[in-house]
Design a protein around this ligand. Sequence first.
Ligand SMILES: [Fe+2]
Ligand SMILES: [Fe+2]
Length: 253
Amino acid sequence: MNDTQTLSQRADALEEKMSQELDYIVVKSRLYMMAEADMGPAVNANAIMAKNPNARVLMGDDPRLPAMPEKPTLIDFFKYRFGPAAHLLQSAKHAVNAGLPENMVLACLLHDISTIGFIRGDHGYWGAQLVEPYVDEEVTWAIRAHQVLRFYPDESVGYEYPQSYIKAFGADYRPDEYVEEDYKRMKNHKWYMSGRMITVHDIYSFDPDAKVELEEFTDVIGRNFRQPEQGLGFDNSPVAHMWRAMIRPAKYL
Ligand SMILES: [Fe+2]
Ligand SMILES: [Fe+2]
């Protein structure tokens, strides 16, 4: 490996070497490549297979990831696919302590699942879509709305524009126009306060000692999330493929 290679060329070379040794070939989606600013060609699976006749592209489970049950539940995704969920657990706990209804506790528990398990940008929209077939319409609406409402203060409930946003985005940051437009629609909606409640309990400065376990919410999930019998990803719902994308994120086709 020489020093003139770019980081992504080096990563590709490493992947290729791994494929030749391990009999499976990882070909990343264009979306993952673009996140690395890589507009180059995808890994050449045919060339690797020519050198290692045992090698195959990934069409089944990815051996690098934790195995998932055949009929995965929401809790399985928390355990085996989502990144650290402390923020969601603490938000949900905060909502419980404030006496919010169970469906809103669930909304707080799920509000950032896209950030921790799927796609960051527009995470409220993606997150809402992921859960839409399985929760009350109000929960879906509130999850979608929270990411928009986060940008707009509401004195009536003591919600201020987050200091962390000023730091993260800069003091002169303004939300994109489609967010502004959605805000105008959302602020007059009958469920405005449901979306707003997520932002109120969307807490960033936690007590570092407060440990909240997912098990505390098993019953809330059981009563408010319609877990499909066939498992998330296999229930033929309009979003099943999105859950499958998390189960096998590097599936070749
Ligand atoms: Fe969020
Ligand atoms: Fe959040």
